[in-house]
Ligand binder design. Structure first.
Ligand code: ATP
Ligand code: MG
Length: 358
């Protein structure tokens, strides 16, 4: 049986498509994870199987990325003694639930998912992506629902995925648990549904733009400021941001990425003053603003960077510590996910026994 706690559950996670996390993750999801760690029973998942959707030919890289992301989790202060770190590939119930959930989602609805469409476009996947690529959106419903959480702290780009996940939970509860189709989502669980219908919790900044000023900051798009970037690299990346006034208004648009970063990383009154100067067409020294921003971001990142460096200051670069942390999470994660699978199979009347659940 899984350990019992009266705290409501959270599930969220990251895909190991890069060796570390970036500022978008920090303001979009990590800050919420840190804040909620004491009041919720938290599950943080590394979607290492989903990384194969775009990096199938790079298993070594996915492994290294997995270790790197867990190092960033530890460096920002996610605590494996309070929260459960989940490695997707070690939790077979997730794969089993993925197959079940694939039957509950219309194919065309999955293919119309706007987050998938944006990814296909911005990651240049063309029409050669694997069958598994759109499947990951179904798999993500299983990542989440395997832990029956109430809340999913994510950035805005994940809203469409969370909506799909809510659809799956509603449909499963209605089809197999006798929940009435007029029952409100919030009442599904107490009305006998196996799954609570989880809600997205969007971060302080819903969508942090990348340094290209166009796309969202992404691990895979070469537009990210990473949490482990050196002070110099942070400043270099900020300095490279181009600031062009709009040819018609002659003003720097208020939507400009530099101003978004001011909102995200400078004190509120200072960001407002800078916005007002740009709006009034004052002769603002972009270089000074960039230096101020770089310094503020570096102040935020210095302790994180130092903790990661300390973790890596061993001959194996901290890998053994991280592997222990992963192993520690696997046991608890499987206890919860196996219980979910047991409940789901019972509801679907496919529980003929012969297999022991946790
Ligand atoms: P990839 O480019 O491989 O898709 P990513 O940078 O989008 O990587 P994910 O692992 O897909 O990162 O996302 C992890 C979490 O971080 C999700 O909850 C996502 O919504 C959030 N997130 C990612 N990028 C941003 C961003 N730029 N602003 C706010 N939240 C973000
Ligand atoms: Mg992403």
């Amino acid at each position: 049986m899984p350990p019992t706690t009266s705290k409501p559950r959270i599930l969220t996670g990251d895909t190991p498509t890069s060796t570390g996390l970036h500022l978008g993750h920090f303001v979009g999801s990590l800050e919420n994870r840190l804040r909620l760690q004491d009041d919720y029973d938290c599950y943080f998942l590394i979607a290492n199987v989903h990384a194969f959707t775009t990096l199938a030919d790079k298993p070594d890289q996915i492994r290294a990325n997995t270790l790197g992301i867990v190092k960033d989790w530890l460096a920002v202060g996610l605590d494996p003694d309070r929260s459960t770190f989940v490695l997707q590939s070690e939790v077979p119930a997730i794969a089993e639930l993925t197959f079940v959930f694939a039957m509950l989602l219309p194919f065309n609805k999955v293919m119309r998912n706007p987050t998938l469409k944006t990814e296909i476009d911005t990651k240049g996947l063309g029409d050669t992506y694997s069958f598994g690529f759109p499947m990951y959106a179904v798999g993500q419903c299983a990542d989440i629902l395997a832990f029956r959480p109430e809340l999913v702290p994510v950035g805005e780009d994940q809203e469409a995925h969370i909506e799909m996940c809510r659809d799956v939970a509603l449909k499963f509860n209605q089809l197999y648990c006798g929940v009435n189709n007029r029952t409100l989502p919030d009442d599904h669980h107490k009305s006998g549904g196996v799954f609570p219908v989880p809600k997205a919790k969007i971060g302080r900044v819903a969508r942090l733009a990348g340094t290209d000023g166009v796309n969202k900051m992404s691990k895979s798009l070469g537009n990210a400021i990473f949490l482990y970037d050196s002070e110099k690299d942070v400043q270099k990346k900020i300095n490279k941001i181009t600031v062009q006034p709009d040819p018609e208004t002659k003003l720097v648009p208020q939507s400009h990425v530099l101003l978004q970063y001011c909102d995200a990383f400078l004190p509120k009154n200072r960001a407002e003053a800078i916005r007002a100067d740009y709006a009034a067409g004052k002769d603002v020294m972009h270089g000074h603003i960039k230096a101020e921003l770089g310094a503020a971001i570096n102040t935020l990142l210095t302790p994180i960077r130092e903790r990661r460096a300390k973790l890596e200051a061993t001959p194996d670069g901290g890998d053994a510590v991280v592997q222990d942390v992963i192993r520690q999470g696997v046991k608890k994660a499987n206890a919860v996910a196996e219980e979910t699978l047991y409940l789901a199979k019972k509801a679907m009347k496919v529980d003929f026994g012969g297999r022991t659940f946790a």
